[in-house]
Design a protein around this ligand. Structure first.
Ligand code: HEC
Length: 100
């Protein structure tokens, strides 16, 4: 046994590269762009049933625009009560709102 098998060296290097680039993200890091507050848990429960919501934190909408979006998602099948939808709209407008 003089040298290590080459593939071991390479797989180690590849793993290091991947983790350095942040391609493997720990699951608990999700939703870090969403400030804690009333409505956050409702947003996550209702709005992650079909897709992730990371892109929501990068836009700024007026209240009617958020309401439009949330109700169009309800029409598409998002499951939540009317109160859930209002809580989500309030949360989104409070944290990612734009003045009218
Ligand atoms: C029943 C499945 C479902 C649920 C639940 C859902 N969505 Fe969606 N969402 C979709 C689909 C399908 C699309 C793509 C539709 C399209 O491009 O017209 C989409 C697209 C989007 C988009 C990008 C399209 C756009 O109009 O800008 C946003 C933002 C979005 N959803 C936000 C939300 C929010 C906020 C909630 C929670 C209230 C939610 N979604 C819940 C199915 C869902």
């Amino acid at each position: 046994m003089k040298t290590k098998p080459k593939f071991l060296v390479w797989s180690g290097a590849a793993a290091l590269l991947v983790s350095t680039l942040g391609l493997v993200r720990p699951a608990f890091g999700e939703h870090e762009n969403f400030p804690d507050g009333e409505g956050k848990s409702t947003l996550i429960r209702v709005c992650t049933q079909c897709h992730d919501i990371e892109s929501l934190s990068r836009v700024r909408y007026t209240r009617p625009e958020w309401a439009n979006l949330v109700y169009s998602m309800k029409d598409m099948g998002a499951e939540g009560t009317a109160a859930d939808m209002e809580a989500i709209i309030d949360y989104l407008f409070k944290n990612f709102g734009k003045k009218e």
